[in-house]
Design a binder for this molecule. Structure first.
Ligand code: ATP
Ligand code: MG
Length: 567
């Protein structure tokens, strides 16, 4: 990085403590002025919105300070990993708008890690333990009580080397032995009490096949992978704070005591994103998918990025939300309503306005000619003139929302009521003359008369009425299914609830309305085109939609009704 660059950057506002650290390191010329980060997901599930927070940090900081961020697939456990997840991870990162420098895999370092483990064995710093995992756990001690050394702790180097080979050759059974670092069974940091470096897993790896049977643990793979790649700042979440001394320990060993301060990855931790009314654990999300409790990883109720995408969230709204919550050193529970507010703000600027009636009732304009059809102009997006306009058919018989009519309305009811006037959006002012009801008293048809001089946009048609209703023309609209989503869980923080998370699911998280009507223009859109159903909310077409059976998802309502419901 050049002098001028530094000066320019110093002018930029640094948003959080991680940026402060990175900025200081760059200013001090650490690592030769280089900035390299990585985003290291394990390909054992789809990315969720928590990952988006890490992505915005890892990629965002590299972008802002002239560095590079790589994607590293942390694929050290073949039991749960799959290429399906790898592809999904790439798609989600790109969708959020980020570009990686390189794609790396922890599995590319299996040989290097093996060689390093052999080196530690030879130096008397690692040994094969043949106890069961229960025995090992029982000897760990507590933070205030030292652990008990394993009976295998002092076994000769040659024996360790021979057994380590057996761990990988298939001669040793899964669970029969592990390789442990010989560090300090009395350390106040539990991670130093002879942590496990390798275990045996007899399962084909999606990249390395059957070459390996001994697989490195997270703590023996992550820091070294950072080091091999030249990562300068290894940014992760707070639960890794107690792992940091071990991270540094293995890197010290790798560097053989040389050049300790420069060109070594520095681990920095920030707080995780936790969202109300949902869970972030991949294990639980996988269970929801596998047990059919949701309809796949991209079910619009899921907190996965593909779920939000399918539901109609823009990547910008997710990034805006992450900016709003910021990065700190304290764990918190973030309010889902805040994410929705970010989405509303973003979609308001983007969404194309269309008309749709979700709970229809027939409106007949009795003084409008029977076979007349007018093509009216509807502005696509009042927030952006460049989005233009489209036309919508108007005729004698329309659908309007059942809720927009009330026979005996209170005084301040500004929608349709006998004797009252409203404007039909982009069309005319109509006056209600009555309605027809069935035997049970349900309104079947509403009647009104229109004022031909009140057409929107016509000179002299600016007569004001209090209410404006949306509508679609009965003969020109299309039937559609509309899916309304609510919170996936009934409790604010399912992760800390004692009950099984399945019991906490909201049984009403999906409501399907089969008999909705949309204007034709809405059907020309595709999934992830952002729509506003006027006066209702933001919507997008679902991937299940076909021309013969239209399906739309509600992304978020126009107003925060959830907050109100709970008050
Ligand atoms: P799980 O434990 O559910 O499998 P994970 O945290 O292990 O999830 P990884 O794929 O290992 O998932 O995570 C990749 C990166 O994303 C890590 O750097 C991790 O710290 C970060 N990350 C994961 N969840 C969150 C979250 N809720 N908020 C912020 N960052 C997160
Ligand atoms: Mg992980």
């Amino acid at each position: 990085m050049t002098e001028t660059n530094h000066t320019e950057l110093s002018e930029k506002k640094r948003l959080n403590f991680v940026e402060e650290i990175v900025w200081e390191d760059l200013k001090n010329g650490k690592n030769g002025g280089k900035l390299q980060t990585r985003f290291p997901p394990e390909p054992n599930g789809y990315l969720h919105i928590g990952h988006a927070k890490a992505i915005c940090m890892d990629f965002g900081i590299a972008e802002k300070y002239g560095g590079e961020c790589n994607l590293r697939l942390d694929d050290t456990n073949p039991v749960k990993e799959d290429t399906e997840y790898v592809e999904a991870i790439k798609e989600d990162i790109q969708w959020l708008g980020f570009k990686w420098g390189h794609i790396y895999h922890a599995s590319d370092y299996f040989q290097q890690l093996w060689d390093f483990a052999v080196k530690l064995i030879k130096a008397g710093k690692a040994y094969i333990d043949e106890q069961t995992s229960e025995e090992i756990a029982a000897q760990k001690g507590t933070p205030t009580q030292p652990g008990t050394p394993s009976p295998y702790r002092d076994r000769p180097v040659e024996e360790n080397l021979a057994l380590f080979d057996k761990m990988n050759s298939g001669e040793a059974e899964e669970g029969s032995m592990v390789l442990r670092a010989k560090i300090d069974m009395a350390s106040p940091n539990m991670h130093f009490r002879d942590p496990i470096m390798y275990r045996i897993i007899n399962k084909e790896h999606h990249r390395t096949g059957n070459k390996w049977k001994a697989y490195p643990m997270y703590d023996f793979a992550h820091g070294q992978s950072d080091f091999f790649e030249g990562v300068t700042h290894s940014i992760c979440t707070l639960e890794f704070v107690p792992h940091r001394p071990l991270y540094d320990y293995f890197i010290d060993e790798l560097k053989d005591g040389k050049d300790l301060d420069d060109n070594r990855p520095r681990q920095i931790e920030f707080n995780r994103l936790n969202l109300t009314y949902t869970v972030m654990s991949k294990r639980k999300l996988l269970a929801l998918v596998k047990e059919g409790l949701v309809n796949g990883w991209d079910d619009p109720r899921m907190p996965t990025l593909c779920g939000f995408r399918r539901r109609g969230y823009s990547p910008e709204s997710i990034r805006k939300f992450i900016d709003m919550i910021g990065y700190t050193k304290f764990d918190a529970l973030n309010d889902f309503a805040m994410l929705e507010a970010a989405a509303r703000e973003d979609l308001n600027a983007r969404a194309i306005r269309v008309s749709a009636v979700l709970n229809p009732v027939k409106l007949v304009i009795t003084n409008y000619p029977e076979d007349k059809v007018e093509m009216l102009e509807a502005v696509n997006n009042p927030e952006n003139e460049a989005d233009g306009a489209h036309t919508i058919e108007f005729s004698r018989e329309l659908w309007i929302e059942r809720d927009d009519f009330m026979e005996n309305a209170p005084k301040k009811y500004f929608r349709l009521t006998p004797g009252g006037e409203v404007r039909l959006k982009n069309a005319y002012i109509v006056k209600c003359t009555g309605c027809k009801k069935d035997e049970a008293g349900n309104v079947e048809e509403i009647y009104c008369e229109y004022d031909p001089e009140s057409k929107s946009g016509m000179p002299g048609a600016d007569r004001k009425v209090k209410g404006t209703l949306h509508w679609v023309s009965r003969a020109h609209c299309l039937q559609a299914e509309v899916r309304l989503y609510d919170r996936l869980f009934n409790v604010e923080n399912p992760s800390v609830d004692e009950r099984d998370f399945r019991e906490l699911l909201n049984p009403d998280s999906l409501r399907v309305l089969e008999n909705c009507f949309v204007e034709k223009f809405a059907a020309t859109k595709k999934p992830q085109d952002y729509l506003q159903f006027q006066r209702i909310g933001y919507f997008t077409m679902d991937k299940d939609s076909t021309p013969a059976h239209l399906v739309f998802n509600r992304t978020v309502g126009l107003k925060d009704t959830w907050g109100k419901k709970n008050k």
